[in-house]
Design a protein around this ligand. Structure first.
Ligand SMILES: [Fe+2]
Length: 345
């Protein structure tokens, strides 16, 4: 886990702040549709992280309702670059050499192809519970598979041959209180490292493998407005921002209340042949092969005997068997417990 302090030249960091303020249309919630059919139908896209949050109460250890969880966890996100810039001014970050060099070191793979840059906004009262990011494999990505299944695949270690290593660089701008980034770079039994979201600093790591999260932004007892899909965060000028729903302001903030990070993700390849394998789909996984491999491994581990469990049960079994979370010192309630019961209270 590399750190950069400072990250950009001061003028470049200021330009990121201006880009954030002037991004057309403001910022909306990042909510992914859940799959309607097949394995884990009705699961949340990140059922793994949600299950853990509900069973442990997250960093605060307090039980929350499903609605409160959604309002806290559904942070705001907009894309600045996807293969190429989608907004002017993002080029210096998309092609940032500090990140590219660190990515080469991270995986020992010399070809680094920046893929996406996006802004993450976390408002006071929001947090990101501990998780790993959604990985990608040749033949398996979030376009066709549920996100929790991709996480299960990676953490099972059964699909390493097909995994596409992705380096993630996270940079912070502004001066918000709280919202520290924490991570377990030495594994789930290793020490927790913390990084405050200090202006113009950054880190780079394998977020698909290293568990990480974002602490609550703002004061612990801060009121969270009724955040739902469809809200927009907009800049009013100066240091003022507001959140609107249906054209009506429901909350306003000062710049220093808001936590802004800009994430950069890049594919890393050993050589051109490896890159071609992706483009030409010469060694892709199939959905059937993924499930057959996982089911066979579950059976071998003694998780079930006889018939393969029905989809929902199988989905929960996969998450519980392969997604092992770090034992966070703040978490008071034990892991495990009743399967899949997101208790509203
Ligand atoms: Fe993440």
């Amino acid at each position: 886990m590399e750190r950069f302090d400072p990250f950009l030249e001061p003028a470049e960091a200021d330009a990121m702040v201006r880009l954030f303020e002037t991004f057309p249309g403001g910022y909306g919630m990042y909510v992914q549709e859940s799959p309607k059919v097949g394995i884990g139908q009705g699961f949340l896209q990140r059922h793994d992280a949600a299950l853990h949050f509900f069973e442990t109460g997250g960093r605060s250890g307090k039980a929350v309702s499903l609605e409160t969880f959604a309002a806290r966890a559904n942070t705001l996100r907009e894309t600045y670059a996807y293969d190429r810039p989608v907004v002017a001014g993002i080029e210096p970050l998309l092609s940032n050499e500090k990140f590219s060099e660190a990515a080469r070191r991270l995986f020992g793979k010399p070809i680094v192809v920046p893929n996406i840059v996006y802004a993450n906004v976390v408002l006071p009262g929001q947090e990101l519970s501990v998780h790993t990011d959604v990985p990608e494999f040749r033949g398996a990505s979030r376009k066709h598979e549920p996100e929790w299944l991709l996480v299960v695949m990676h953490l099972s270690g059964l699909f390493e041959r097909w995994r596409m290593p992705i380096a993630t660089g996270v940079s912070w701008y502004g001066n918000c209180a709280g919202g520290g980034f924490y991570a377990y770079p030495e594994g789930i039994e290793g020490a927790e490292e913390q990084l405050p979201p200090k202006h113009n600093t950054a880190t780079l790591l394998d977020t698909d493998s290293v568990f990480h999260g974002v602490d609550l932004v703002g004061e612990p007892d801060v009121d969270l407005p009724d955040l739902q899909p469809g809200i927009r965060l907009r800049h009013d000028g100066g240091t003022r921002w507001h959140v609107e729903r249906d054209g009506r302001e429901i909350a306003h903030y000062d710049w220093d209340d808001i936590r802004l990070s800009i994430s950069w993700k890049a594919y890393c390849f050993a050589d051109e042949a490896e890159r071609r394998m992706v483009d030409e789909h010469t060694d892709d996984l199939t959905h059937e092969r993924i499930l057959a491999t996982l089911v066979e491994d579950l059976r071998r581990r003694g998780c079930f005997r006889g018939d393969v469990p029905p989809d929902r049960e199988l989905g929960e079994m996969l998450i519980r068997e392969y997604v092992r979370f770090p034992l966070q010192p703040h978490v008071r309630r034990p892991q495990g417990g009743a399967a899949g019961e997101a208790k509203a209270s």
